[in-house]
Design a protein around this ligand. Sequence first.
Ligand SMILES: [Zn+2]
Length: 262
Amino acid sequence: MFGESRGLIIYSRDHKEKDKLVKIFTEKYGKMVFFVKGAHRKNNPLSAAIMPMTEALYSGDFKTDGLSFLNVAKEIEPFYFLQQDIFANAYATYLLNLADAAIVDRESDQLLYTFLETCLKALNAKKDPEVVTNIFELQILPRFGISLELSGCAVCGNTKGPFDFSEKFHGLLCAKHFDQDPRRLHADPKACYLLKIFSQLPITRLGKINVSETTKKNLRTVIDEIYDQYVGIHLKSKHFIDEMKKWEKMMAPKIDKKNETD
Ligand SMILES: [Zn+2]
């Protein structure tokens, strides 16, 4: 059938010598794989539109089964910073892979589309990539069928910290109820407070957030634990970010610590 939808490139892979298989998260029809013949030809009008980190209005033969075919792309919007910066690209790739893993192909999910699009735009606008990623990771959990109590204590509903995270109660625990779960994570209270904030903060309202490197590291540990325990997927792009963090420190200029707060 003829289809037309805005879409985000999830990946663009070589297929044989001249062609490409391009997976696109379309706003109207969900995720689909397109066969693009002669994608490597210099004057192929689709070249720019099928580059990774691009959004466009795609049209063509959208199949309900097997490969689809792209004919035309309009309103092409490349995310230039994500295409050029290896660090930003790594985070964006991870978000695209998470969205790809969270939902099945060919099922429309406009809310997730808009959320992913907004997060990619935030990364492209050089917002803190770790914060954007943490917000995405926490807010996409329901798509994996996981519902955690992160708005307050899972026992009493108390919304004031300090909190810890409990796998037994699938959510936050306030200090009054720490004794209910001796095997709670014993996580950094600042990181647990950010679990609460980031799981609810509309990404469109993300202003400038300063989180100290220590709190970021502790929050990373908690979210990794949640993903290991509940989601159980191991994406190469996430592993790449973990590795990258190690050499990023060696390459990055010294951050001005005066501007950092918790
Ligand atoms: Zn409580």
